[in-house]
Design a binder for this molecule. Structure first.
Ligand code: NAP
Ligand code: ZN
Length: 365
């Protein structure tokens, strides 16, 4: 049994059996996204059904659609920055109510029993977390379909609350770009006095700047795009460095305690390592593919470290949303209509977005 809300009459979501969903996805790496219809599962007792109102466009969506990482199961419907309204709940759900404004990020399920899940690090579930798209459902084996859709069904634990008073239209990018940058800043205790740099001013990078500034760090933006320098200052950065300018990079040697590297492709890191001071750390969040080697001397001298960070767990995601609500932090967004998705992907590839596309579902699918 599930409960529905009178306000949702007329939406495609009904309690009971499976429902037909509409979305946009692609059939192959070289094909554009197109409208698709598919079935969403019937609510399980611990499921929440959500009418999606906004979906952010992450570069990972594009990597997956184009099979940049291999392993894409077509047809794929991306989207893991999701905001919407609860339309129905399973009879064991207590944390969410019909009518609530909620958010879903990169995960929709995990074993919830292993040490990682129990410690709030569901992303590292020993039995692999179920991702929001391109991932087999733990019970049915069906491949998950993401947020470029009119509605979604998600296990209650993986549904976050959008804090009261937040502008829900701008919250979606926090669910991936926000948590992926918030989590390493918290792990490595970025705060007052930290000299921090963010490499790559895109969806993740611009959130890294805003969050770093909000935590009290002195943030410098490192960009390949000279015209983004002024933007970096408006986002709160105290300075910017053009990474293609060897003189600027040389002058910044040993300047930073912490570097958040969001470059989305494989790249040489020696030049960035040289910017770290004593015991400085660079966290790579962008490049998932094989990277060229780096010079051992560049980490041994100055006691530097290189690490990585994957999104964040669900408790930390809620903490990040609450932090953003309290500090009035939002991504800079450009709203698009679903049928502009292919153009948006091309612009993302050309670094032509300031700084996150968000699909406004009210404009039509
Ligand atoms: P994005 O909006 O496209 O931003 C990436 C930025 O990196 C660009 O705006 C550009 O900034 C810079 N850049 C692009 N190509 C570059 C190149 N060849 N060399 C140097 N800089 C380059 O992407 P995003 O959505 O922020 O995602 C960034 C990466 O993080 C993606 O690969 C995504 O898959 C990954 N990601 C990882 C996680 C995780 O859990 N670790 C989570 C989400 C996303 P400038 O113009 O300022 O140089
Ligand atoms: Zn993402």
């Amino acid at each position: 049994m599930a409960t529905t809300h009178p306000d949702t009459a007329g939406s495609s979501q009904t309690a009971g059996g499976p429902t037909m969903a509409k979305g946009w996805g692609t059939d192959a790496a070289d094909q554009p996204l197109r409208p698709m219809e598919f079935e969403r599962r019937a609510l399980r007792p611990n499921d929440v059904a959500i009418k999606i109102t906004y979906a952010g466009i992450c570069h990972s969506d594009l990597h997956t659609a184009r099979n940049d990482w291999g392993g894409t199961l077509y047809p794929v419907i991306p989207g893991h920055e999701i905001v919407g309204t609860v339309t129905a709940i399973g009879n064991e759900v207590t944390r969410h109510r019909v009518g609530d404004t909620v958010a879903v990020g990169c995960m929709v399920d995990s074993c919830m029993e292993c040490d990682q899940c129990l410690e709030g690090w569901e992303v590292f579930c020993r039995e692999r977390c179920t991702q929001t798209y391109n991932s087999p459902d733990r019970q049915s084996g069906e491949i998950t379909m993401g947020g470029y859709t009119d509605h979604i069904v998600v296990r209650d634990h993986f549904v976050c609350k959008v804090p009261a008073g937040m502008d829900a239209s701008k919250v979606a990018p926090l669910l991936c770009a926000g948590i992926t940058t918030y989590s390493p800043l918290r792990q490595y205790k970025v705060g007052g006095g930290t000299k921090m740099a963010v490499v790559g001013l895109g969806g993740l990078g611009h959130m890294g700047v805003k969050l770093g500034v909000a935590m009290g760090a002195d943030v410098t933006m490192i960009t390949t795009t000279p015209s983004k320098g002024q933007d970096a200052r408006e986002l709160g950065a105290s300075d910017f460095i053009i990474s293609t300018d060897a003189e600027q990079m040389r002058a910044a040697a040993t300047r930073f305690d912490f570097i958040l590297n969001t470059i989305p492709v494989s790249h040489e890191i020696d030049g960035y390592l040289n910017l770290l001071g004593r015991a400085g750390r660079m966290v790579i969040v962008g490049a998932l593919t094989p990277m060229p080697g780096f010079t051992g001397f560049n980490i041994i001298w100055w006691n530097r470290a290189v690490g990585g960070s994957a999104i964040g767990g669900i408790p930390e995601t809620q903490e990040m949303l609450d932090f953003c609500a309290a500090k009035d932090i939002y991504p800079d967004v450009e709203f698009i209509q679903m049928n502009q998705i292919n153009e948006a992907y091309e612009r993302l590839l050309k670094n032509d977005v300031r700084y996150r596309f968000v699909i406004d579902m009210a404009k039509g699918l």
